[in-house]
Write a protein that binds this ligand. Structure first.
Ligand code: FMN
Ligand code: SF4
Ligand code: SF4
Ligand code: SF4
Ligand code: FES
Length: 592
């Protein structure tokens, strides 16, 4: 039977997926034959939403940018008459996994382990999860393996934490397993605070059971009876689907007392965070779950000895847990076949910024930045020139285009001065000013500093003030040296990862784009034409038609000219608000 599946993760829903789902429901209700209508999570091609799949036993056809009218055509032509609607078919995947269609390149280079069910099953149906081998990992771990075997398997897989630091997961579990304690906890970090990152949200919205299953296996390995998922309240759909999944898993006997008759008890609660970035740091996260203000604490003692409520605790990221059932079921020997020697497996990246195909992509570790930006991402939008990628969010750094052959793994990325981070990848083109980029991230980290350490609290403020001056055209000759010195001091003297990494965006942009800093400071120019105080607004007489719109919209009357004649801007009056650029329909206003 043909099945119609609508992509209904947050980005699909915001692009109108609910309307499309309702349209199909309406069409199907008036039809005598029975067809199957279902929903799924993030398919990955967020740039083509709303997405609809028509699934048959022999093929899957992905339709993009579906409107209610296109939905009607899909139903009439594809469902009833068996003809694919070619204009809207983004990809066709046949039974052997061969992919064709105009957007095929987006999927071809990917290897889906974490996202194995995302965009494939209905995240609100435990039956669909089970049909996709779901909970077989728990069955195997609880009924056929002892805790040492489980930890051994995870160690052998080489899995490293996907929350940013890449700590070996099996080793971390062995610490918690070896700690004495009457009560132990398993925590899942779903705080995902990096601007531009949406990997964890997509996994939770698209395949919540995989994370729950990973947590149950971990609990068994370390001897925990209670688990928490710390998820930011800004992710209401992820929370809703997690709640549905936890309830369904309880009803089926995967959570609760005597799971699958193994004698092992484990339950999971959801704790909603209020969106403070620092609460993603695990000790601050524990404080927040405990009902205290989310502030990091000194380590040691480490969470494996004294974590949540000072009890032995294992905390992992969403993506880390989602890998676990796959490894237990398929074996570490299969997992080590993917990735590089020191960074095994795959990594999910959220491609954002100036790339043509923005979305979610999972690739083997060791795939190059170039592959991600050009082969998967389709290159730069609007004919722009690739300048750099910003990886790792506010803790990360910028990697310039001439290092685009760098493989993405836990060794190669830090060698550039950036960090792997949790998978946010913002692609920048030549219209991006790197000093402004550093200022943007410093603004974020300065705002989010919890204030406990002097170097982070005051140091980030000094960095931010200096960057603001530079982008305002008030930079001084020794500013770069000061930024470097203070940046290093903040890194060395901060208690938690927020302060230890906050200077990274500044330090990497100085390392690779020193000339842009010098141009701002010495020549009072912004080479990218992005910092408004350092550019003049001008009108191209060849393009201006004298329509007068810019003059009417200028708040300070800086534009003069008679109707149907060339207009001119007086830059001594102009306050650089940019309204003339947006109001000119002829592209005559430019910055120089
Ligand atoms: C300021 C700050 C924010 C963080 N935010 C997150 C986050 O949102 N998600 C996450 O998994 N880890 C985050 N981390 C890292 C966690 O402290 C921790 O290392 C991670 O959850 C461990 O899981 P893993 O071993 O599976 O990577 C953050 C760290 C810092 C310093
Ligand atoms: S480094 Fe910054 S965020 Fe971390 S504990 Fe210190 S002040 Fe707070
Ligand atoms: S809006 Fe554009 S075309 Fe019209 S007067 Fe201004 S610059 Fe000329
Ligand atoms: S940038 Fe703003 S102030 Fe300057 S000329 Fe244009 S509209 Fe007027
Ligand atoms: S959320 Fe819809 S494809 Fe990513």
């Amino acid at each position: 039977m043909k099945k119609i599946i609508v992509g209904m993760a947050t980005c699909g829903l915001s692009a109108g997926a609910k309307e499309i789902y309702d349209k199909f429901a309406e069409i199907l209700s008036g039809n005598k034959k029975s067809f199957n209508l279902s929903r799924t999570g993030c398919i990955g091609m967020c740039y083509l939403e709303p997405l609809v799949e028509v699934r048959e036993s022999e093929s899957r056809v992905l339709y993009s940018r579906v409107t209610p009218e296109i939905a009607e055509r899909i139903f009439r032509e594809h469902i009833l008459e068996g003809r694919i609607v070619e204009e809207n078919a983004a990809c066709i995947i046949n039974i052997d996994g061969e992919i064709s269609g105009p957007e095929a390149e987006f999927l071809k280079l990917q290897k889906r382990i974490v996202l194995r069910n995302c965009g494939y099953i209905d995240p609100e149906s435990i039956d669909e999860y089970e049909s996709a081998d779901g909970y077989k990992g728990v069955r195997k771990a609880l009924l056929e393996m002892n805790p040492e075997d489980i930890i051994g398997e995870i160690k052998d897989s080489g899995l490293r934490g996907r929350g940013g630091a890449g700590f070996p997961t099996g080793l971390k579990w062995s610490f918690a397993a070896g700690s004495e304690g009457d009560v132990k906890y398993v925590v899942c970090n779903a705080d995902e605070g990096d601007p531009g990152a949406f990997m964890d949200r997509s996994v939770l919205e698209g395949d919540p059971h995989s994370v729950i299953e990973g947590m149950i296996i971990c609990a068994r390995a370390i001897g925990a009876s209670s688990g928490f998922i710390y998820c930011r309240a800004e992710y209401p759909l992820a929370i809703r689907r997690l709640k549905i999944a936890i309830e369904a898993a309880g009803e089926k006997g995967y959570l609760g007392k005597d799971i699958l008759g193994s004698g092992f008890d484990f339950d999971i609660e959801i704790k909603q965070g209020a969106g403070a970035f620092v609460c993603g740091e695990e000790t601050a996260l524990f404080a927040s779950i405990e009902g205290k203000r989310g502030m990091p604490r000194i380590r040691p003692p480490f969470p494996a000895q004294k974590g949540l409520w000072r009890k032995p605790t294992n905390n992992n990221n969403v993506e880390t847990y989602a890998n676990v059932p796959w490894i237990i079921l398929n074996g570490s020997s299969e997992y080590v076949g993917y990735g590089t020697e020191k960074s095994r497996g795959t990594k999910v990246f959220a491609l954002a910024g100036r790339v043509k195909r923005g979305g979610l992509a999972e690739v083997e570790m060791g795939t190059t930045i170039e592959d991600l930006v050009f082969n998967i991402g389709g290159g730069i939008k609007d004919g722009g020139k690739f300048k750099a990628v910003q990886m790792g969010g506010p803790s990360g750094g910028c990697i310039p285009s001439d290092l685009s052959d760098t493989p993405v793994d836990f060794e190669s990325i830090p060698a550039t001065g950036a960090i792997m981070g949790s998978g946010g990848m913002v692609i920048l083109d030549d219209s991006t000013c790197m000093v402004e980029m550093a200022r943007f991230f410093l603004n974020f980290t300065q705002d989010e500093s919890c204030g406990k350490c002097t170097f982070c609290r005051i140091g980030t403020l000094r960095l931010l003030e200096t960057l603001k001056r530079i982008t305002n055209g008030e930079g001084e000759t020794d500013d770069v040296e000061k930024l470097q010195l203070w940046g290093e001091r903040i890194k060395q003297s901060s208690l938690c990862g927020l302060g230890q990494t906050a200077p990274n965006p500044v330090l990497t942009t100085i390392r690779y784009y020193r000339d842009e800093y010098d141009a701002h400071i010495n020549d009072k120019k912004c080479p990218a034409g992005s910092c408004n105080p350092l550019v003049d607004f001008k009108i191209d007489p060849e393009k201006c038609t004298g329509c007068t719109l810019c003059a009417k919209n200028c708040p300070v009357d800086a534009i003069s000219g008679n109707p149907k004649e060339n207009h001119v801007i007086d830059n001594s009056i102009c306050v650089k608000c940019g309204k003339c650029i947006t109001s000119c329909q002829f592209g005559a206003v430019y910055k120089s």
